[in-house]
Structures are given as structure tokens and as C-alpha cells.
Design a protein around this ligand. Structure first.
Ligand code: KG4
Length: 328
């Protein structure tokens, strides 16, 4: 079979990213321009600023991705773009650019769901990984447990009813003065503390989650006791959140009999969460964690997901629009 080259474009939040991936698994280039330093000043992502920066960066990022891949643009089989979920203005920049490329090159346009992209990040880290498996998707905008039955066949078993897990990390970090993005900062601080503070855990029927209660509890506690030990608070927050997560993961394993669990999304970079998932290996479950640079937003994962859409004939036309609340 001839090699298939997909150019992936990602612009759903504050990363402008373009990548070229061969046969869904081999990364030829992976260029990411992050706007984190720009949004840090505001304590979070400002959508309008994100869109403007995507516009400024998308051409240069694309040129570099094609150069790094050492291929000619005409060798690309299709252009894969994130079309949701995400910030509508930010999504529109990458999608419009992708449409223009697809039109100019006369190559198919392939729309990719950002969550499907995060799952596919693991196909790059683990070239032998194949469905079926359970995926625990944990990012700044989404938290869900997905049963990946096949490359394009997903069953969402549970999802957050309110805040995404990454959102809870970021909000807690902001209130206790760690800054943005909070996840990595809480991660680092928690390694210095002990989880000795009792925090309330929300129990919801089935496999859905809720993280807003614990977030509020931590924030209230910090307001009440401003001198509380932050290291211990971070460690306790991480432990409580992870306990809630693992309870639902166990239910999902029981329901599906899955023996493979795949992590995805920015929060899967978390040291404590990774170590708790590793323990599942003792129960005969194989745990897959994406490389750290493939956990957070990137376009290699979009190109990989785009490859599976493309080879299965899931191709879009130029009327494809951004869908901010797109579901899997
Ligand atoms: O997947 P991602 O890059 O973007 C979305 O699609 O949302 O995830 C970003 C989220 C942010 O909330 C960030 O704070 C969190 O991932 N994050 C972490 C860590 N690294 C990134 N959360 C906890 N521990 C980390 N080490």
C-alpha cells in the first residue's frame, strides 16, 4: 500500500499547531506555537486574543511544519483540521486556513473532532495500539470516559456534569496564587506535600463526574485559612480528584471488561494521576499514557485521527463549519 501523508491543523484553544504524519503513526513534523505566555497575564485564555494570534501565526507554523517534514505540499493526501469542540473564533482560523489549503492543493478536507484527536495521540506513542480500549479523556475543556470500540466507533460511558478536570486544576491554582496554566503548577507543588486535608467528594450515579464541588471546597478553604499549607492543599486536591476519577474508571472496566486503558488530554501529564493509573497494571490492565508532548494540544494527534477518517472515507467538503460544543 502507498504511504498516506496527512497535514493536521489544530487551533481550538491557545495553541496554533501544524503537523505532517505518515500512515497515521509516524510524525514527520510537529510544530506548536503556544500562546500561554500571552494569556498568563490575564489568568486564563482570552478568546478574542487567541483568535488574533492564530491568524498571525498559522502561515509560519504551516510553512515550518512542511519544511521540517521534508516533503512537498503536493505529496499530502489530505488536510485534516480540528472543527470542534473549542473556542469558535480560534477554531475558525485553523479551519478556514485548512479549507483554503485543501482548495488550492485540490486535496480532500477532513474534519477532526478534537477529542478524537486526543485519543489518537496514543496511536503515535504506541504504534501497536489498536482498539478496542477504554480511554480516559482529561483536558481543560473535557472530561469523559470513552469506550473506543474501533477507530471511528466511540461510546461515551460518562462525562463531567460541570467543570472539566483541567478547568478545576486551573481555577484552584488561580485562586491560591499559582497562576496560569494551573495544572502543571499544582502538579509540581503537590509533589512537595502530603494529602492530609479531608475534602468533600461528589458522588453521582453511574459513570458521570462532577468537579465543581471539590473546586469550590478548596477555594473556600483557602479563603477561610489563607495561611494553609499550599503543598498539602495541592496534594489533597489531587488525591480527591483522582479518587473520584478512579471510582468511575473501575465501573467502566467492570462494564466493558476492557483490559487496556488509554489516557488522553492535558491532565494526563499529571504525575500523581499517572502513578495511580500505573497501579492498575497489577490488576492485569495494560495502561497507555501518551508522551508528555502529545498530552497537551498538538496537531500530530489531529493528523493521526484525520488519517483514520480519511482511509475510512470520512471526508468533508468546504461547507464544514466550526462546532464549538461538538460531541464525540
Ligand atoms: O488537552 P489540553 O492541552 O487542552 C484542552 O484541550 O483542553 O489540556 C490543558 C489542560 C489545562 O487545564 C492544564 O492545566 C492541564 O491540561 N494540565 C495539567 C498538567 N499539564 C497540563 N493538569 C494537571 N497536571 C499537569 N501536569
Amino acid at each position: 500500500m502507498e504511504d498516506v501523508y496527512i497535514l493536521g491543523i489544530e487551533s481550538s484553544c491557545d495553541e496554533t499547531a501544524v503537523s505532517v504524519v505518515k500512515n497515521g503513526r509516524t510524525v514527520l513534523s510537529n510544530v506548536i506555537n503556544t500562546q500561554i505566555p500571552i494569556h498568563t497575564v490575564y489568568g486564563g485564555v482570552v478568546p478574542e486574543i487567541a483568535s488574533r494570534n492564530h491568524i498571525d501565526n498559522i502561515s509560519d507554523v504551516t510553512k515550518k511544519a512542511v519544511q521540517d517534514a521534508k516533503i512537498d505540499l503536493n505529496q499530502i493526501n489530505a488536510v485534516a483540521c480540528t472543527y470542534g469542540p473549542g473556542l469558535v473564533g480560534a477554531l475558525l482560523v485553523g479551519l478556514s486556513y485548512g479549507k483554503a489549503l485543501s482548495y488550492a492543493l485540490k486535496k480532500p478536507l477532513v474534519g477532526v473532532n478534537h477529542i478524537q484527536g486526543h485519543i489518537a495521540g496514543n496511536y503515535i506513542t504506541y504504534p501497536d495500539l489498536e482498539p478496542p480500549f477504554l480511554c480516559v479523556m482529561m483536558s481543560g475543556g473535557n472530561t469523559q470516559i470513552v469506550y473506543v470500540k474501533d477507530y471511528l466507533d466511540f461510546e461515551v460511558l460518562g462525562r463531567t456534569k460541570d467543570d472539566a478536570i483541567g478547568e478545576a486544576f486551573d481555577k484552584v491554582a488561580r485562586v491560591i496564587g499559582l497562576g496560569y496554566p494551573g495544572g502543571p503548577k499544582i502538579d509540581k507543588m503537590a509533589t512537595l506535600g502530603i494529602p492530609n486535608i479531608e475534602l468533600p467528594k461528589t458522588h453521582i450515579e453511574g459513570m458521570d463526574f462532577s468537579f465543581s464541588g471539590i473546586k469550590t471546597a478548596v477555594i473556600n478553604l483557602h479563603h477561610k485559612e489563607p495561611d494553609i499549607n499550599k503543598e498539602n492543599l495541592c496534594a489533597s486536591f489531587e488525591k480527591a480528584v483522582t479518587d473520584m476519577l478512579m471510582e468511575k474508571v473501575k465501573l467502566a472496566v467492570e462494564k466493558t471488561n476492557a483490559n487496556k486503558i488509554v489516557l488522553a488530554g492535558g491532565v494526563s501529564a499529571n504525575t500523581y494521576i499517572r502513578s495511580e493509573f500505573e497501579k492498575l497494571q497489577n490488576q492485569g490492565i495494560k495502561v497507555y499514557m501518551p508522551d508528555l508532548n502529545l498530552c497537551t494540544d498538538n496537531a500530530a494527534m489531529i493528523a493521526s485521527a484525520g488519517y483514520y477518517n480519511y482511509i475510512n472515507g470520512k471526508i468533508d467538503d468546504l461547507t464544514l463549519n466550526a462546532v464549538p460544543n461538538l460531541k464525540l
